[in-house]
Design a protein around this ligand. Sequence first.
Ligand code: PNS
Length: 171
Amino acid sequence: MTAPSPASGLRAHAVYPGSFDPPTNGHLDVIVRAARIFPQVTVAVVVNPQKRDPFFTLEERMEMLRECCGGHPNVQVEHFRGLLAGFVRVRGFDVIVKGLRVVSDFESEMAFAHMNRSLSGVDTMFLMSDAGYSFISSSLIKEVYLQGGDVSQFVPPAVLKFLAVKRPAGG
Ligand code: PNS
């Protein structure tokens, strides 16, 4: 299926930030949909996720995303450290894109959006996660995988490959 061209009238360069530890089908769905709306989308991997030590290194997370987004020429993958608002200001992004899965995401994301707009002047636009992905999170994927569960329906093939290295076959 060929992706429709970006919606007319929108000339914005969007940034989609996250930990992506690892990227899931839910992340990829948001990326693909954002890439249909905005002419340019930068997926920005935070260097040090605040919530935890990353399971995958920064390089691994970027490589997985690059493999997943390879078919979308208007998507690039970068990283940032420190405040997202600083990265947004320095790089001149027009809009921040985030996915919303469930109502509980909204409370924290609303605060982030207000703070990021106060600090950078840039708005956050939310895409509702596909209903089929609303329960998927990177943390849940890692937990299920490391306990031996099959996560193949929840992550792109490139991510399965990287997961297999973390837990070699039979391990
Ligand atoms: O995938 P995640 O972990 O939900 O992504 C969270 C992320 C990276 C978007 C958020 O933690 C972030 O923006 N971190 C950078 C530091 C920052 O700007 N903190 C203040 C947020 S208002």
